[in-house]
Design a protein around this ligand. Sequence first.
Ligand code: ADE
Length: 269
Amino acid sequence: MSAASQGHDAALAASSSKRPLGILAALPQELGDLIEAMRAESGVRTVTHGRRDYHVGTVHGAPCVVTLARVGKVAAAATVSALIHAFDVESVVFTGVAGGVGAEVRVGDIVVANALLQHDLDASPLFPRFEVPLLGMSRFTADATLAAQLAAACERFVAEEGAASAARFGTMRPRVHRGLIISGDQFVASAAGVKALREALPDALAVEMEGAAIAQVCHEYGVPCAVVRTISDTADDHAPASFVSFLTEIAGAYSNAILTRFLVARSAG
Ligand code: ADE
């Protein structure tokens, strides 16, 4: 057995004694190089479950299960359920891009959720708009410790690389926001659509398609979760083009920068 494979085995054995962190994104670009980094550090055991590949190993010193949820609330809920039941994750982090909704939220900024809500859930008049029927809740809070750790990783990224990143990608210097992220099974891509969301939910900072579903399932199972989103577009008529170029050119670099800092700090703590 080579020294490298002995190292991998030791890292995999060490990771098995500690409950792993689940890390997921919708699309491969949103995960950056996380799976490659895991492969290099510990080796990867890949388990296929419900048509998804779950990658088990250690990355930046932290035992993790990394997977792609694909797009939308059902896909996200199914994936996080598997992370909880089949992999016994200790907590969950979702990373990816989102459309900016808050007036101060620009392309290239980062939003860490304090709370998440499904903006397309409406069983009124039987239940209040946005409320999950029979659960009696519309807003799911992110785990305060995990969200603070993610926000700290984002702040360190901005302090250390924000100016260089802005110059490289032609964006403004990133800013980190914390607040409400809203999720629905729609790509919001019109001035009228984003205006309607602002009117209905004035404190919403960003819109995406998975986070609140993850937060609901994690709430129901008592699993801490947090969501971090980089702003790829402002959910208006320019959103499709802005989303595609941000996703292909920038999203991976942001994810790498944020997740590396988050995981290194977590392993040290
Ligand atoms: N993810 C990134 N941009 C989005 C948008 N405009 N609507 C929904 N999800 C998104």
